[in-house]
Write a protein that binds this ligand. Structure first.
Ligand code: BV8
Ligand code: ZN
Length: 234
């Protein structure tokens, strides 16, 4: 069995990282058009760096929760019996990895990576970034967060399409189904007759496209679902 899991901000909410569209979410406090587009970065790189420095610090200060741990357990449990998990996240935090997930596909990038606009090098980055910070490869001061902003093409769409084509189950966890092309994956899975499951606090915008749904906090719903999939196997 090949399981495709798509996660969103809801899986990191109980680790203290704000979601985007909930009442006190990020977009209630910050304007994405001024902070999460290439045009915004060109217009005011200092403000954009400050925003992602805050996001990076918050992520590094947070700890993985039971939902992240359960998905790491699912990866191991499926592999142990010759099955496979493809874990695709919209999140830029590294909580899946810190919970023990080995293979994590960050379709919208990672806050702990820097990309150089001069030489294209991508490097791990845990400190603040800024307009005066030099690229460790070429020395140019042209770094940007290795993140997919609005209007930019998500990462590894071919891999995602291939994994979706071979999936026996598609599950979306902690995502509101508002941002494309991520929100369109369930329709793609459905069109292939792949069973689809939503795990969320509240029904997503595209809830109607899911065959089944488990509603509740991720730290409760995800471990219970993983137990079910692994048949109580440790
Ligand atoms: C692109 C990185 C061209 C930066 C992000 C089709 C129709 C209309 C518009 C478009 C379209 N196609 C493209 C667009 C434009 C745009 C888009 O979708 N606009 C929206 C507004 C309609 N898309 C793009 O620009 C994309 N690029 O299209 O390029 C292209 C594409 C393909 C092929 C060729 C060309 C790029 C989009 C990526 C932007 N970058 N992130 C950063 O993080 O700052 S998006 C960012 O927002 C996240 O990564 C994520 O994707 C999204 C937030 O969504 P969620 O993660 O779901 O979070 P949200 O807060 O919304 O919901 C939280 C959920 O959790 C809720 O359901 C809640 O109930 C639940 N929850 C809360 N607490 C808990 C919980 N669940 C469980 N337990 C809890 N405790
Ligand atoms: Zn460089």
């Amino acid at each position: 069995m090949r399981v495709f899991v798509l996660t969103g901000a809801g899986v990191s909410a109980e680790s203290g990282l704000g979601t985007f569209r909930d009442r006190d979410g990020l977009w209630a406090r910050f304007d994405p058009s001024k902070l999460a587009t290439p045009e915004a970065f060109a217009a005011d790189p200092v403000a954009v760096h400050a925003f992602y420095d805050m996001r990076r610090r918050d992520a590094l200060a947070a700890a993985p929760n039971a939902a992240h741990a359960a998905l790491a357990r699912l990866e191991r449990g499926l592999a142990a019996r010759g099955d496979a998990l493809f874990l695709c996240t919209q999140n830029i935090d590294d909580l899946h990895e810190r919970a023990g997930s080995r293979q994590v596909h960050h379709m919208h990038g990672e806050s702990c990576r820097a990309r150089c606009l001069a030489c294209g090098a991508v490097a791990p980055w845990r400190d603040d970034m800024g307009v005066f910070v030099h690229c460790p490869t070429c020395g140019a001061a042209r770094l940007r967060p290795h993140i997919v902003w609005f209007g930019e093409v998500p990462m590894g769409l071919d891999r995602i399409a291939d994994e979706l084509a071979h999936a026996d189950l598609f599950a979306a966890i902690g995502t509101s189904g508002a941002i494309y092309p991520a929100a369109g994956l369930v329709a793609e899975a459905r069109s292939r007759g792949t069973p689809t499951l939503e795990i969320n606090l509240d029904p997503a915008d595209n809830a109607g496209l899911f065959d089944d749904a488990l509603y509740g906090p991720a730290t409760e719903a995800v471990p219970a679902w993983v137990d079910e999939i692994l048949g109580g196997a440790p």
